[in-house]
Design a protein around this ligand. Structure first.
Ligand code: ZN
Length: 308
C-alpha cells in the first residue's frame, strides 16, 4: 500500500479507530473478569461492555497498544512503514517521519510491534523438507550488564558473535527455468541461541518444526541427535564454498538478514536481536502478501498484549 492510499483509507483519527474496532470485534474480545466473549460497544465512552458481568474494556486494552500514549495515527503509520518498506526502517527514521519529539516511545512502539510479529510466527511450525544451519551475528552486549559496561561511551558494550539457528522450509520446483535453484522457499524461522549444544538445538527444533519434518544440515557435531526428534535427518559434509549450493535458502536468509541489520542499525544490542530477526522473518514469510500485509499485521497487533 502506498502512503497516498493509506491516507485515503484513513483520513482521520476516527476512521482509524473504527477500523481498529471492527478488526478487534472480528478477532473477539475476552472479558478479563469472567472470560465472557459477548460484548456491546458503547459509542459514547468508546468502550466494550461485557454482556454477562458488565466489566468494561477499552479499545486498546488487551492489544499491543495498551498503555501507549501514542495516537492511532502513530501506530498505523509505524505498522504501515514496517510492512510496506522492503528493508524496514530504523527507530530514528520512524521518529523523524512521525515528527515525534521523543525517541524512546517510538523505539518502544516498534519493539512491541516486533514482539507481536514474533508471537504470530511462533504459531506456525515448519514441516516437509527443511534446511537448517547456524549463522553468527555481530551484536553488542547489553549496556545493562555489569558496571564496567555502563561506563562506556553511549553505554555500549563489547562486540560479540551471537549464534542464530536458521531454518527454511523448502519445496522442490519442477523444471527450474535457470537451473540454478531447484527448490523454492516457503517459510523461515530464526532463533537466537544461548549456545549451540545439541540439547539446546534439539529443544529449539522441537518448538519450531513438526516431527514429520525432513531436515538437512551440514555435519556439525551438535546436529547429531536431530534424528531423535524429526522424521529424517540428512547430514552432509559441506565444504564452505559449497554451502550456498547445498543449503541455498538458509544462506540467502542469513546474508540478507545481516545486511538488513547492518543498514538499519549501527549496533545491535544482543537483548533485542531476536526482535529484529522476528521483524525480518515476518516480512520475509509474507513477501507475497502485498497490500494485505498491513491488515495482517494489525490483526497480529490486536491479538497481542505485551502486558502479562
Ligand atoms: Zn465479564
Amino acid at each position: 500500500m502506498k502512503l497516498i492510499d493509506f491516507f485515503k483509507q484513513f483520513p482521520d483519527e476516527q476512521s482509524r479507530k473504527d477500523y481498529f474496532r471492527e478488526h478487534r470485534q472480528k478477532e473477539g474480545i475476552k472479558c478479563r473478569n469472567c472470560k465472557g466473549t459477548t460484548h456491546y460497544w458503547m459509542q459514547t465512552i468508546e468502550q466494550f461492555q461485557c454482556k454477562a458481568c458488565r466489566t468494561r474494556t477499552t479499545l486498546r486494552s488487551g492489544t499491543v497498544m495498551e498503555s501507549s500514549n501514542l495516537s492511532y495515527l502513530d501506530w498505523f503509520i509505524a505498522m504501515h512503514l514496517m510492512t510496506s518498506t522492503k528493508k524496514g526502517i530504523s527507530a530514528k527514521e520512524m521518529q523523524r517521519q512521525l515528527g515525534r519529539k521523543r525517541y524512546e516511545p517510538v523505539w518502544f512502539m516498534m519493539h512491541k510491534i516486533r514482539a507481536a510479529m514474533g508471537t504470530r510466527d511462533e504459531r506456525y511450525e515448519l514441516s516437509g523438507f527443511t534446511e537448517m544451519d547456524e549463522g553468527f551475528f555481530t551484536t553488542v552486549e547489553s549496556a545493562t550488564v555489569g558496571q564496567k559496561v555502563k561506563k562506556l561511551k553511549r553505554g555500549r558494550g563489547s562486540e560479540k558473535q551471537t549464534p542464530v539457528l536458521v531454518m527454511a522450509q523448502t519445496e522442490k520446483v519442477k523444471g527450474p527455468k535457470n537451473h540454478r535453484q531447484n527448490s523454492r522457499c516457503k517459510f523461515f524461522k530464526m532463533r537466537v541461541m544461548p549456545d549451540l549444544k545439541s540439547t539446546t538445538i534439539n529443544q529449539v527444533v522441537k518448538d519450531s518444526l513438526s516431527p514429520k519434518t525432513e531436515v538437512k544440515t551440514d555435519n556439525y557435531s551438535s546436529y547429531k541427535r536431530l534424528n531423535e526428534i524429526v522424521k529424517k535427518h540428512v547430514s552432509k559434509v559441506i565444504p564452505p564454498d559449497q554451502a550456498g549450493k547445498e543449503l541455498p535458502w538458509v544462506h540467502i536468509a542469513i546474508s540478507n538478514a545481516k545486511r538488513n541489520l547492518l543498514n538499519n542499525f549501527h549496533h545491535v544490542d544482543d537483548t533485542y536481536l531476536q526482535n529484529y530477526l522476528d521483524e525480518f522473518t515476518y516480512r520475509l514469510n509474507r513477501r507475497f502478501s502485498g497490500d494485505k500485509l498491513f491488515g495482517k499485521l494489525l490483526i497480529a497487533c490486536i491479538s497481542f498484549s505485551w502486558i502479562i
